[in-house]
Each structure stands twice: as C-alpha cells, then as structure tokens.
Design a protein around this ligand. Structure first.
Ligand SMILES: [Zn+2]
Length: 225
C-alpha cells in the first residue's frame, strides 16, 4: 500500500514537471524575437550600383545592335550602332527634323566597356583625379552608351559644336529640346543636373519603350530630368 502511494506521488510529480516544461517551451515560442535573433529582411529591389554618381549599365549584346547612321566630318565617316527600337525612333526623329530643315547626325551611339576604359584613362590623366574625370566621363561599366539606348548628337552644319556646350546654340539642339520628348528621347545631363555631371546638351537617352524606361529607371528616379 505504502509503495503504491509512493509510486503514485512520483508519477504525479513527473506529470507536473512535464506540464511545467511544456508551458515554458510554449511561452518562449510566443515571445517576440529578441534583437539578437536573426531576422528576415524585406528587400524591395536591389539598388543599381553607382560610382561617382554614375549608374552601372550592362553592355548590350552585339546581336541586338544595328547601324543607326554615320558620323561624318571632313571626309571621315564612322558607322554608329543603337539597339533596334532606339534606332527606329532615332530614324523617325532624323526624318522629322530634316522636314524642318534641321540635320541631325550621330557622334556616338553604342560604346563597349573596353572602349570606355580608354576614354576614362585619358580623362583621368587630363583632369588629375577620378573624381574630377567623373564629372566629364563615366567610368567603364557606368556609361549610358553601353546600353545601345543613348546617343551623342551633332548638328551637321556646325562641327565646332561637336561634344561642346555650344551645341545648345545650334538649330539641332533647339529642335531637339522642342520635339525629342515626343519621340521618346530626353537629355540625360541638362544644365545644373542634380546628378552633378557636367552639362551635355548633345547626350540623349531613349526612354520611349518599357525597355528604355527599365534600363534608366534608377537614374531617372533619383535624378529626374
Ligand atoms: Zn554621351
């Protein structure tokens, strides 16, 4: 009889012990996670990488590029390439401008990262530091020209304004500032742009399609023009 009571008491104690253990585990699992615990982070989107305020761009694949016209000066002639949809819009724009007596020609369309490297090294030498160079040129991997959706435009009758701020005095620039938007083009680096890049009235990017908008999304959101 005594033995039976002792066994019952031990079983009861064991039961109570297990019950309290269960309660502790349950309570702990419902407590808020402490700061030391690993937490799940919600990442909306990966921000585009920047260098000296220039955004990183992928180089367009060669088979997506087509000839978009020639840079012609003093007997010299060089074909320039653009992505197909940018080229189509560019051609429409060239024809529309011509109808109004304005002659647009491309200076540079697509540019490879390899070619940008050469420009960049020279620019750094000229300006004395990468930081100063970046106000004038994009570091390799960070130029809008890599995409095939950007173009430097010249006025055929005014060679002295090629890649020069005086381009904004030409009929070509006057025409572009009035009409380019309706063809899906915008000037990437207008005067006093918040991006801090020197004024480039000749440099335009194509944002007339969802692909164009996607490519330049980060830059346009951060530094609207
Ligand atoms: Zn340019």
């Amino acid at each position: 009889m005594l033995l039976t009571i002792i066994i019952y008491r031990r079983l009861l104690l064991l039961f109570l012990f297990l019950l309290s253990l269960g309660l502790v585990i349950y309570t702990n699992s419902t407590l808020p996670i402490s700061n030391n615990s690993p937490q799940v982070q919600v990442i909306n989107s990966t921000p585009a990488r920047t260098l000296y305020k220039h955004f990183e761009y992928r180089e367009a694949k060669a088979n997506t590029l087509i000839e978009a016209g020639f840079y012609i000066r003093d007997g010299y002639s060089r074909p320039e390439l653009l992505a197909k949809e940018a080229k189509e819009s560019w051609h429409k724009m060239v024809i529309a401008a011509k109808d109004e007596g304005v002659n647009l020609i491309p200076i540079s369309g697509f540019r490879s990262i390899k070619d940008q490297k050469v420009l960049w090294v020279n620019q750094v030498k000229r300006r004395g530091s990468e930081k100063e160079a970046a106000k004038r040129s994009a570091p390799p991997g960070f130029s809008e020209h890599h995409t095939g959706y950007a173009i430097d435009i010249a006025d055929i009758d005014t060679p002295s304004s090629d890649l020069n701020s005086s381009f904004d005095q030409t009929p070509s620039y006057q025409w572009l500032s009035k009409n380019a938007r309706q063809f899906g083009w915008e000037n990437s680096f207008p005067v006093n742009n918040k991006q801090g890049i020197s004024y480039e009235p000749w440099h335009w990017r194509y944002v007339g399609t969802s692909e164009g908008k996607r490519i330049f999304k980060s830059g346009r959101e951060k530094y609207p023009v």
